[in-house]
Design a protein around this ligand. Structure first.
Ligand code: ATP
Length: 337
């Protein structure tokens, strides 16, 4: 079996803290997998276990069908890029990129070929003789990528590689890493807490919380069909609005939020699914972009709410209001007049 496989992987630290609880994940050849979740959810620990930098407490890790639990990091055919790219300041760009190959005693001609190839992919050819201090943040991060690329590893592991860069550079590097992945086709496991990076880069996203996997799927499915309220609230900006309400599911499906009743126009199949919640207290979630002001379409659901603060962001606006006793946020695309 090719690819990377995590079977019931668990991490309990020496102090007894269970940082990762039972992860099952199969990463296919050429896949770009993003591990995303709030701070402390166990993303880095998972990545470090794949890298061999953290011992696996329980479960099995296979790379290309080979059990790797006790294989030293250097023998795993992986390359890692960290948030803190820590280049050697006294070495040139060429030497920084060549260093890992030199200590593996690779032939000098092959090293030169690989570094020049990587420099060309990363638009660093003109900088090979420069020292890191004369490079911009983005160029330094590209050198760190180059250091990984020259290894031609089976698996790339990225741990928040862009979080030290400013917003504009982050967007640029994001697309560069995606392009790079398309060109190289190697398995990539990318850790971030940034949902935009997760949504735009991942073939599939693994959403984690409290050391547990919440959902694994492609970005669109995760957005459209979140499995639980954690995933629904984590993905999407601004976050989904949640309301505590009571469900009535008779000839119509209605949610009662405080004193406001909202009829849900849903399919018969969905109505049947909701039957078991009839008369029960449930949590309803509505995405900010799915609520409109002054809508006219007959198929829309209506409720009254007073508008509050408005934030204008150029092409869109966020509008804060209340529904019953709940805070509610709307996202409006602003049309040019
Ligand atoms: P962040 O985005 O903040 O880096 P993360 O999701 O990558 O978070 P991890 O670094 O994997 O989280 O940590 C997961 C949990 O394990 C955290 O609660 C952390 O405090 C705990 N942890 C990490 N290292 C150790 C350690 N050596 N001993 C005990 N607990 C640890």
């Amino acid at each position: 079996m090719t690819g990377v496989q995590l079977n019931g992987i668990k991490k309990i630290y020496e102090d007894g803290f269970e940082a990762v609880k039972n992860i099952d994940l199969t990463i296919n050849e050429g896949e770009f997998i993003v591990l995303v979740g709030p701070s402390g959810c166990g993303k880095t620990t998972t990545l470090r276990m794949i890298a061999g930098l953290e011992e696996i407490t329980e479960g099995e890790l296979y790379i290309d069908g080979k059990l790797c639990n006790h294989l030293p990091s250097k023998d795993r055919d992986i390359a890692m890029v960290f948030q803190n790219y820590a280049l050697y300041p006294h070495m040139t760009v060429f030497e920084n990129m060549a260093f890992g190959l030199k200590i593996r005693k690779m032939d000098n001609g092959e090293i030169k070929k690989r570094v020049e190839e990587a420099a060309s992919i990363l638009a660093l050819t003109d900088y090979l003789k420069k020292k890191p201090k004369s490079l911009s943040g983005g160029q330094r991060q590209r050198v760190a990528l180059g250091r990984a690329i020259v290894r031609k590893p089976k698996v790339f592991l990225f741990d928040e590689p862009l979080s030290n860069l400013d917003a504009k550079l982050r967007v640029q590097m994001r697309t560069e890493i995606s392009k790079l992945h398309k060109n190289l086709g190697a398995i990539t496991v990318y850790v971030t807490h940034d949902q935009t990076e997760a949504m735009t880069m991942g073939d599939r996203i693994v959403i984690m919380n409290n050391g547990e996997v919440q959902q694994i799927d492609n970005p669109v499915s995760i957005y459209k069909n979140p499995l639980n309220s954690f995933v629904a609230g984590f993905i999407g900006s601004p976050s989904m609005n949640f309301f505590d309400c009571t469900l009535k599911n008779d000839d119509q499906t209605v949610i009662k939020i405080d004193d406001t009743e909202v009829e849900l126009k849903i399919s018969e199949r969905k109505m049947n699914d909701l039957e078991k919640f009839n008369g029960k207290k449930v949590k309803a979630g509505i995405r900010p972009e799915d609520i409109k002001i002054n809508c006219e379409s007959e198929s829309d659901l209506f409720f009254d709410a007073e508008t509050g603060l408005v934030e204008l962001l150029g092409n869109e606006s966020f509008l804060y209001t209340e529904l019953g006793k709940n805070q509610m946020i709307l996202k409006n695309l602003l049309k040019e007049s």
